[in-house]
Write a protein that binds this ligand. Structure first.
Ligand SMILES: Nc1ncnc2c1ncn2[C@@H]1O[C@H](COP(=O)(O)OP(=O)(O)OP(=O)(O)O)[C@@H](O)[C@H]1O
Ligand SMILES: [Mg+2]
Length: 549
């Protein structure tokens, strides 16, 4: 005889557990039996989940329910999935009421999640959006959640979501769902930032480099003295990227929901996330971890920008932990009893000074008071493999007086975004048949060589540069990828010598041949300075160099 067909003795209803950035179904089975009164909870619950026994019994009593003196056994299936947190309180309590015959068990019971306060109130939980997505995937048509979470769950189409404030109200909705109106979906959030690229004065070369980085999805490193506008530029990068698609917004919002970062009533993220963690952040804070598992900054930046200001000040372990997620677009976290994968596909933008005092590259050489040893130690704080993951290295000079005092000029963020969107459209079309590949920044070395479509002239120019500058094979591929993006920005089908020349200027910090060797001891900017002219002198500021210039 099936488990759920003995009303008054057993009950079975659906809930869900957060797993990574998504959710997995959990069946809450309740059994009431004769014997010594007690409450047993099985099915791999953690400490917070075990505490449900106390919360549920007290909340039931304080909500006015008189339970029969029986032995209560609750099983959360499947038994091999770890159940964390207090979100199973509500389904357990409603399951007990149904098993005891105190409420009617509908033919198609809704899914439930929610934490209970001792007084019987229902408290908000994390991860309602992925839980609602999972409910729809399972073919459920109704979901009961804490009231503050209801607009978030209602974002999922084809699912009726009901908000509840108390256990008694949840029981009523559960037994007679038709009598209520489902919650309305949360409205679109207003864009959080109004910062525009036009506010940044001067720095045309840096703006162009940022545009290329945005167009190809390339990671970028900005190096310059204090107060040059590095942070200002970084904050404007999300506004240069194409608008979030619906699928991207759902992915990013699900992660924010699991992390407990969505405020009550908040809808899908309207703009690409911009995360700028402080350099004292721990490894777990950056890549995720803890119990229960929380997404780190790299996952909160999924589909957006992670900005690491003062890059050399970050802990070595935190920086090195970035290497795998940067390659894979996701982070795998292994814990004592389980493992989880969290999405982490973001653009990495970092900023640093050229030396500890920040003035190594100033026109006035006396301004820098750092010893060679201090400069060397400073540049060594960022390892070669991490530096290698930045396709674009942007030198930012001190702001010129005439730029600072004159009228602000240059393109607005929306002008640049339009050009970036066209370049991205070309890339999407080129890579349409390769699953998961959307932009040049994602190309592997061999793929870049196969798909770049470079002219013979471009290839020999690249070979010549590699020879003269003694660059590694990896650096060759990165320059080629950048050249492909510059060609896409210019609307050119083939990568030409001009594009290679410009791409090389955006890779001014390349390492010499020989794995494991340190970069040259010169402060990076002394190398960069020779390459600072990024556009043809005839090209007006704010306009990309066109094919053939
Ligand atoms: N290019 C610029 N255009 C307009 N204002 C600027 C520019 N550069 C700097 N500023 C002004 O200087 C302030 C500091 O700039 P910002 O924080 O971006 O400098 P930074 O390069 O990040 O410096 P640090 O190395 O100290 O972090 C800005 O808030 C802004 O008011
Ligand atoms: Mg700064």
């Amino acid at each position: 005889m099936p488990f759920a067909t003995l009303p008054g003795v057993h009950s079975s209803l659906q809930s869900a557990a957060i797993a990574g950035a998504g959710a997995r179904p959990v069946e809450v089975q309740v059994d009431l039996a004769l014997g010594l009164p007690g409450f047993h909870l099985v099915g791999l619950p953690d400490h917070a989940c075990q505490d449900a026994r106390t919360r549920v019994l007290t909340a039931l009593r304080n909500s006015g329910y008189h339970l029969p003196q029986k032995k209560i056994t609750v099983n959360l299936a499947p038994g091999d999935l770890r159940k964390e947190g207090a979100a199973f309180d509500l389904p357990i309590a409603v399951g007990i009421l149904a098993a005891a015959g105190l409420i009617h068990m509908p033919e198609r019971p809704p899914m439930l999640v929610g934490e209970l306060a001792l007084c019987g109130d229902v408290l908000p939980v994390r991860g309602v959006l992925p839980i609602a997505l999972e409910a729809r995937k399972m073919g459920m048509n109704r979901l009961i959640v804490p009231e503050p979470n209801a607009p978030e769950g209602a974002l999922v189409q084809g699912l009726e979501v009901y908000g509840t404030r108390t256990l008694a109200e949840a029981a009523e909705i559960f037994a007679d769902v038709g009598a209520r109106k489902p919650a309305a979906p949360a409205s679109q959030n207003p864009p959080s930032s109004t910062a525009d690229l036009a506010d940044v004065r001067g720095q045309d070369a840096a703006k162009w480099a940022l545009e290329v980085a945005a167009a190809g999805g390339h990671n970028a490193l900005m190096i310059g003295p204090p107060g040059a506008g590095k942070t200002m530029l970084a904050r404007r990068l999300p506004g240069l990227l194409p608008a979030l698609s619906f699928e991207e917004a759902v992915e990013a919002t699900s992660i924010w929901s699991v992390a407990g970062r969505l405020k009550p009533g908040e809808g899908l993220l309207a703009a690409r996330p911009f995360r700028a963690p402080h350099h004292t952040i721990s490894v777990a804070g950056l890549i995720g971890g803890g119990t229960p598992l929380r997404p780190g900054e790299i996952s909160l930046a999924h589909r957006g920008v992670l900005f690491m200001d003062e890059l050399p000040e970050f802990g070595r372990a935190a920086l090195e932990a970035l290497r795998q997620p940067l390659e894979d677009g996701e982070v795998s976290l292994v814990r004592a009893k389980d493992r989880a994968s969290l999405p982490a596909r973001f653009m990495l933008l970092a900023a640093m000074n050229p030396c500890p005092c920040g003035h190594a590259a100033d026109q006035d050489p006396g301004r820098c008071g750092c010893t060679p040893a201090a400069k060397d130690a400073y540049s060594r704080r960022v390892s070669g493999p991490i530096l290698d993951r930045f396709d674009v290295h942007i030198e930012i000079g001190a702001l010129r007086t005439e730029d600072f005092l004159g009228q602000p000029k240059g393109d607005s963020s929306s002008d640049v975004r339009e050009r970036v969107e066209s370049a991205r459209a070309v890339q999407r079309q080129r890579y349409a048949r390769i699953p998961g590949l959307h932009c040049n920044g994602q190309l592997s070395g061999p793929a870049a060589r196969r798909l770049a479509n470079a002219t013979d002239g471009a290839r020999s120019k690249l070979a010549e540069f590699i020879d003269v500058k003694r660059l590694s094979a990896r650096a060759h591929d990165r320059v080629l990828k950048l050249a492909r993006t510059i060609a896409d920005c210019a609307g050119a089908e083939r990568v030409t010598e001009t594009h290679v020349g410009q791409a090389f200027q955006l890779r001014c910090l390349d390492r010499p041949v020989g794995e494991g060797k340190r970069p040259p001891r010169l402060p990076p900017l002394q190398v960069a300075r020779q390459n600072v002219l990024l556009r043809d002198p005839g090209t007006p500021p704010g306009e990309l160099p066109r094919e053939g210039t």
